[in-house]
Ligand binder design. Structure first.
Ligand code: 3PG
Ligand code: MG
Length: 396
């Protein structure tokens, strides 16, 4: 991939595709990690005298303008972090975008409104997507891909625009890919992967691929209950994906054949309901009452997972161990994070939710070797898939 050093950006209009998809509570940004991660590339382009046009998505507004998904709050935060005025276009490629871009001087920056307000951005129809990409590309002379968290999406701003403009990869994408390469090419062993989160179906591909690569696979979070059920255990009202049971049974036997240590919870916090203040107690994984649901891994599992991480030399962690948004059920996620912080291993946290959890629990970000801005993107990279946004940047 060509880096931005290979582009002559002075005095030119440079379109930067960033991932500014941050969690919002109303208009308040609750975690600005992705905005901060996007600053260095923008800063560098501004310092090189470019006219910088940033484009990004927020949420999933499905092709039409939706006020609650406006990037306006993000423009304000970006401006604070850059210490520069950020001109904000109230549309993506319309009159406001064109006027905003036309007014840019060298070393000035603008942010376009949410790309997903335009149906062309995510269209599956190559022509529809291409027509939108034409309009977006027309705003600029050069393209820099830096939205790592979105490189697994075959969207106009990620995939089609770089076909239309001279392009390069921004510093964030370069850094993210360097780290993930280290995980896929000859990782130091023991190599341990910790997976959590709610949906096992999202992670089937990565589990299938990882079984041939890792020494240990620790499974917590909502997806663990499908694994427990696949072993014939009663999981009560816990999350269960019945349609995945067969495939999960296959993983259990494949792990055994390959000598991979697949570690499941031995106890869970079983609650009477899904609520922050739900009465709950730790029960063995073999004894989850039918009228309870597991909302976190239990204390014995926290110790077991920490022990399985203690001698690791490479760790990748994606997905919370429980419902960390509720204080009572954040302990498992905190325990895994603390085990990674205590470890001397090369530790990578992948995924918006896990990264946000780390920060929300007040844990030090520099306790990890790398916190990725991409969840789906980093998982698909580890699966060995071709990511459209990276492939588009590879050819020049
Ligand atoms: C993310 O939040 O994972 C990225 O910004 C991609 O968003 P998406 O899953 O809505 O495509
Ligand atoms: Mg996501």
């Amino acid at each position: 991939m060509r880096t931005i050093d290979s582009l002559d950006v002075k005095g030119r209009r440079v379109l930067v595709r960033a991932d500014l998809n941050v969690p919002l509570d109303g208009e308040t940004i609750t975690d600005d990690g992705r905005i901060r991660a996007s600053v260095p590339t923008i800063r560098k382009l501004l310092d090189s005298g470019a006219k910088v046009i940033v484009c990004a998505h927020l949420g999933r507004p499905k092709g039409s303008p939706t006020p609650k998904y406006s990037l306006a709050p993000v423009a304000r935060r970006l401006s604070e972090l850059l210490g520069e005025h950020v001109a904000f276009a109230t549309d993506v490629v319309g009159e406001s975008a064109q006027a905003t871009v036309a007014a840019l001087q060298d070393g000035q920056v603008a942010l376009l409104e949410n790309l997903r307000f335009e149906p062309g951005e995510e269209s599956k129809d190559d022509e529809v997507r291409g027509a939108f990409a034409d309009r977006l590309a027309a705003l600029a002379e050069l393209y820099v891909g830096d939205g790592f968290g979105a490189v697994h999406r075959k969207h106009a701003s990620v995939y089609d625009v770089p076909e239309r403009l001279p392009h390069a990869a921004g510093g964030l994408i370069v850094a993210e890919v360097e780290v993930l390469k280290r995980l896929t090419q000859d990782p130091a062993r023991p190599y341990v992967v910790v997976l959590g989160g709610a949906k096992v179906s999202d992670k089937l591909g990565v589990i299938a691929n990882l079984l041939s690569k890792v020494d240990r696979l620790l499974i917590g979070g909502g997806m663990a209950y499908t694994f427990l059920a696949a072993q014939g255990l009663e999981v009560g009202g816990s999350l269960l994906q019945e349609d995945q049971l067969d495939q999960v049974r296959g993983f259990l036997s494949e792990a055994k054949e390959r000598g991979v240590d697949l570690v499941l919870p031995v106890d869970v916090l079983a609650a009477t309901e899904f609520a922050p203040d739900a009465p709950h107690e730790a029960v063995d994984a073999t004894e989850i009452p039918a009228d309870r649901q597991g909302l976190d891994i239990g204390p014995r599992t926290r110790e077991l997972f920490a022990a399985k991480l203690a001698d690791a030399r490479t760790v990748f962690w994606n997905g919370p161990m429980g419902v960390f948004e509720f204080d009572a059920f954040a302990g498992g996620t905190r325990a895994v994070a603390e085990a990674l912080i205590a470890s001397d291993a090369f530790t990578v946290v992948g995924g918006g939710d896990s990264a946000a959890a780390v920060r929300r629990l007040g844990l030090p970000e520099d306790g990890f070797s790398h916190i990725s801005t991409g969840g789906g993107a980093s998982l698909e990279y580890l699966e060995g898939k071709t990511l459209p946004g990276l492939a588009a940047l590879e050819d020049s």
